[in-house]
Design a protein around this ligand. Structure first.
Ligand SMILES: [Zn+2]
Length: 685
């Protein structure tokens, strides 16, 4: 075992930009490094608390914000590898360390000496002569401590600490169980008959998935980028049903990966956590620190959208049924049928066929398109650096230079699905921007799960994949363009119903006709995408909005329902509870939901989105309204609007209260109508 002197995690990283020395890292390095880094952080905290000098912003707040840098870099390397390139050995460390890391965090937030200093500063904050950003830091840090239990009585703090450690263990296990079910399942496609209906790109991806597992033939995994196309195109209804059932039952199989009891215990502990803080339910506690502020505001938005989405869905259903009649099909539409028939309607009514569309969206060109949009909006340039250390050969590393030509950020792009990576798409960081304790430039990573084409073939994206690429890159820019004084306020460390604004807003540029004309060129002929196809894509996108909105809103409603239960009312059977909520709401048949509880990682693989799945819709109100600023200016790259956007949204982090920073960008608060219009849910008056 590596000692403190030889453990590469604990040495100075002499790599370019102090990237983690990935090649030298072994799973057994992480536990000792985490323990040592926590010990050092604890010593830093004690030193702040034990100063004889009275508390000041500099000797307490600024020092706290600059503390724990070693722990932050070790934890970031660890969490990123666990998410993107895991192994049984790393998963073992994850389970082993979840408790101690949570205990460390508890000890920090319940450090009486430290909190006494922060509390004193907070009480006298008006007279400290702080800048607005310093005042914001003080308020946010004070709130972090209160929300983590700093004000609880000592006996309650003990219980609270135990709760947090148990929750950390449970959420870790939950995520690992989902991955286990995803890895365990493969749908083998035997021969031509099983490939019926699948376009070449799905066959190629299914072939590649088999090759990766050392198998012959074709197979479908539970990776979203394979399963969704399979459900969309496969003419084999029996196979679609098998795939759909496996996909939607993740985490619900008896045995070691069963998440049902875990969900139940997480809910019980969260209810208890809320009560300790004096809230009636976990949702009340979670929402107190958001733009929405309370359940009523969230439910008003969800109810309004649900009411509009269900009729929109029924219009789509009628189109599907008409298509089925024309093809002589009589059965009811089941959830494994919806995408298939929707695709047939889309092809007939809008003449959009993914097999026709995808050749215009090769991954490499779409990455270049995202970089080009960032350059035209914000003046930053991305340059590949093939020599930077990365953790997997598929990961690409880039320098981001600002207008003055200085390297202002490092960006890692990890685009392909593999068995060692968790599902979904996300942004994360290895290091966050700050100026506290010297200028630190951010190191940001984007993960996607695109199905990689066979060697020698370009990976082609669907229109939805391109949207995902731009979405995550929008989060990436939020981290990369951050320009604040303190790490706690940096980049994506914003209120959680604000965090999806930069990502969702950036999606708008991928569908700008001007961007498509420039970048969406046919992979073989190099011809730009035809204007008529651009128009058909826009119309076809509006067609699926009822389906997408109902599925999303249904999941947001189950999230709110289950986190709004008072203590003692956690259901014995969480699956039955979920079913009942959807029945009572009148979820239309044949549609399904985005996530069921047993694999709803937003809610149960961590607590960041618990009582918070609504945030995408909340942020969409903001992003649709924000995009209108460019529409009103008559130019998707309008320089004045882009400058305000950079300053008040992408660079501001949490240095300004989000409602206020939005008004600074837009000149007024956001309106609901642009979002409804964007989703085709605005009924003409
Ligand atoms: Zn996002």
């Amino acid at each position: 075992m590596a000692t403190t002197d030889t453990n590469p995690l604990l040495q100075r990283w002499v790599t370019p930009y102090e990237l983690p020395p990935f090649a030298a890292l072994r799973p057994e390095h992480f536990a000792p490094a985490l323990h040592e880094a926590m010990r050092q952080h604890r010593a830093e905290i004690d030193a702040i608390a034990q100063q004889a000098e009275a508390p000041s912003f500099d000797n307490t707040l600024a020092r706290l914000d600059a503390s724990g840098r070693l722990l932050a870099r070790v934890e970031a390397a660890f969490h990123n590898l666990c998410a993107s390139e895991t192994s049984p050995a790393l998963q073992q460390v994850q389970r082993e360390m979840a408790g101690p890391v949570a205990a460390h965090s508890n000890a920090l937030y319940m450090h009486a000496g430290l909190f006494a200093r922060i509390d004193r500063l907070h009480a006298g904050r008006a007279g400290l002569g702080l800048t607005p950003e310093q005042l914001r830091l003080l308020e946010q840090v004070h709130q972090d401590f209160v929300r983590a239990g700093a004000r609880l009585a000592p006996r309650d703090q003990l219980r609270y600490g135990a709760l947090m450690e148990r929750l950390a263990a449970l959420t870790t296990q939950f995520g690992q169980n989902v991955l286990a079910d995803e890895t365990a399942f493969v749908l083998m496609l035997d021969g031509e008959a099983d490939l019926a209906g699948l376009p070449d790109f799905v066959c190629d991806a299914a072939r590649q998935a088999a090759v990766e597992r050392g198998l012959d033939g074709h197979l479908i995994t539970l990776s979203r980028s394979l399963m969704v196309p399979f459900l969309t195109f496969s003419a084999r209804r029996d196979l679609r049903e098998r795939g759909w059932r496996a996909w939607t039952s993740r985490g619900e199989h008896p045995g070691s990966s069963d998440n049902r009891a875990i969900v139940r215990e997480i809910l019980q502990l969260r209810a208890e956590q809320a009560v300790l803080h004096g809230y009636a339910t976990y949702a009340d506690y979670a929402l107190a620190n958001t733009m929405a502020r309370n359940r009523d505001a969230v439910m008003r938005l969800l109810d309004d959208v649900w009411q509009r989405a269900v009729p929109a869905l029924e219009v789509e259903r009628a189109q599907l049924q008409a298509q089925m009649r024309d093809e002589g099909i009589a059965h009811e539409i089941e959830p494994w049928d919806w995408r298939f028939w929707a695709e047939r309607v889309r092809r007939r009514s809008y003449a959009v066929d993914d097999a026709e569309v995808k050749p215009y969206f090769p991954l490499e060109r779409m990455v270049a398109a995202a970089f080009d949009c960032a350059e035209r909006l914000f003046g930053v340039r991305f340059t590949e650096r093939a020599d930077l250390p990365v953790y997997h050969p598929d990961v690409k590393a880039y320098e981001m230079r600002d207008r003055a030509g200085r390297v202002a950020g490092i960006f890692l792009h990890d685009n392909f699905a593999r068995a060692s990576k968790r599902s979904g798409a996300w942004m994360s960081s290895f290091r966050q921007q700050t100026r506290n304790g010297g200028d630190v430039i951010p190191i940001i990573v984007n993960n996607n799960n695109f199905a990689q084409a066979a060697p020698g073939h370009p990976t082609l994206l669907s229109f939805d994949d391109v949207r995902t690429l731009f979405h995550e890159f929008g989060h990436g820019l939020h981290g990369l363009l951050s320009n604040v004084g303190y790490e706690r306020l940096s980049g994506t460390n914003v209120l959680r119903d604000f965090v999806e604004l930069p990502s969702q807003l950036f999606e708008h540029w991928m569908s700008e006709p001007e961007v498509l004309r420039r970048h969406a060129c046919h992979v073989q002929t190099g011809e730009p995408i035809p204007e008529a196809l651009i128009e058909r894509l826009a119309a076809a996108r509006r067609f699926g909005q009822g389906f997408e909105t109902v599925r999303y809103t249904a999941s947001a409603l189950t999230d709110m329902a289950v986190h709004s239960l008072p203590p003692g009312q956690t259901p014995d059977d969480v699956v039955a509870f979920e079913t009942e909520v959807l029945r009572a709401r009148g979820l239309p048949p044949g549609v399904g939901v985005n996530h069921r509880f047993t694999h709803f990682q937003h809610l149960f693989a961590g607590s960041g989105y618990a009582a918070g799945y609504y945030v995408y819709l909340w942020a969409e109100v903001l992003d649709a309204d924000a995009h209108d600023a460019f529409v009103e200016a008559g130019d998707p790259f309008d320089a004045a609007a882009a400058a305000r956007l950079l300053r008040h949204i992408y660079a501001a982090g949490d240095s300004v209260e989000p409602g206020a920073t939005y008004v600074a960008f837009r000149g007024r608060a956001a309106r609901l109508e642009p979002m409804l219009k964007q989703r085709g849910l605005l009924t003409p008056a």
